[in-house]
Design a binder for this molecule. Structure first.
Ligand code: HEC
Ligand code: HEC
Length: 240
């Protein structure tokens, strides 16, 4: 297994396209000029879905759905349509983002209040079709990775692979989202929320409850090791 740890492919690559997208996202955030994101995004298509996304979501989730750690917004690109639809439904119905300690969830929840149901469905399907975000300096764990032990994380991850897949590719039949490609800071935060019951304890959140039960025995101190391993999964092909 150590071959994954030694692979030169694990060195994070910061592509020019991503740097450009990040700059657009920041400019969008600072100026509120959302149209700018559509005009300058690398492969902008004038589709209705992208227009909706730029208007309602890009200011936080980034021009290409890559996420923005400065405002706690995760990457959405490449998550499955089924998972995205369920999370959107969760925020809509309030079983996600309602817990009084779920600060980031409460930031997200009002953002879809004014969006029509059919537009949310369009958005979910479109986001699922986008390429996965490339790792960036910002999105990588940074602080999380310091002093963490990915080899120990790999061992801990065997319990997670049952649902999330050996390569973190996710499994829609079990409701388990893709983890490979998500930013480490977000993965760590969600794990801590599930462990503490800040996410997954609402009676209407059946999928969240299944995830929560799976981490019931996990110590919060295991999170950095697990996340260090999960961050490496983005470099692996599904099924490897
Ligand atoms: C004001 C900033 C903001 C805006 C605008 C926003 N979001 Fe979010 N979103 C967040 C934050 C913060 C989170 C993380 C919540 C958490 O930590 O639980 C989030 C989480 C999500 C998630 C959960 C992802 C996952 O992996 O579980 C989805 C799906 C989502 N947002 C979709 C959208 C869509 C679609 C739009 C546009 C209609 C949108 N968001 C607009 C801030 C925002
Ligand atoms: C029994 C199946 C199962 C097991 C085992 C499991 N999970 Fe999950 N996990 C889920 C489901 C289902 C969800 C989606 C919950 C929801 O819909 O809100 C989830 C969600 C998550 C999320 C949130 C992702 C996001 O985009 O917000 C993270 C992070 C996560 N799991 C990590 C792990 C880790 C790490 C382990 C092992 C310690 C693990 N899971 C074990 C089923 C599982």
């Amino acid at each position: 297994m150590s071959r994954f740890l030694l692979s030169p492919a694990l060195v994070p690559v910061r592509s020019a396209a991503l740097a450009r997208a990040g700059a657009v996202a920041v400019a969008t955030l600072l100026t509120g000029a959302t149209a700018q994101g559509a005009a300058q995004a690398p492969d902008a298509t004038p589709s209705a879905a992208r227009a909706l996304y730029v208007a309602d979501c890009a200011s936080c989730h980034g021009a290409d759905g890559q996420g923005n750690p400065r405002i706690d917004a995760p990457g959405l690109a490449g998550l499955s349509a089924a998972y995205l639809a369920r999370q959107i439904d969760g925020f809509r119905r309030g079983y996600r983002g309602r817990h009084p300690e779920d600060v980031e969830g409460m930031e997200m929840r009002p953002m879809i209040e004014g969006v029509a149901d059919e537009d949310l469905a369009t958005l979910g399907a479109w986001l699922a079709s986008l390429p996965l975000p490339q790792p960036s300096g910002d999105a990588a764990t940074g602080a999380e990775a310091t002093g963490s032990d990915p080899a120990r994380g790999e061992t801990l991850y065997t319990a997670c692979a049952v649902c999330h897949g050996r390569s973190g590719e996710g499994n829609d039949a079990l409701g388990a989202p893709r983890l490979a490609g998500q930013a480490g800071w977000y993965t760590a935060r969600q794990l801590r929320k599930f462990i503490a019951g800040v996410r997954g304890s609402d009676p209407d959140d059946t999928s969240g409850a299944s995830m929560r039960a799976s981490v019931a025995d996990l110590d919060p101190r295991d999170v950095p090791d697990l996340v260090a391993w999960v961050e490496m999964l983005r470099q692996r092909d599904p099924g490897e």
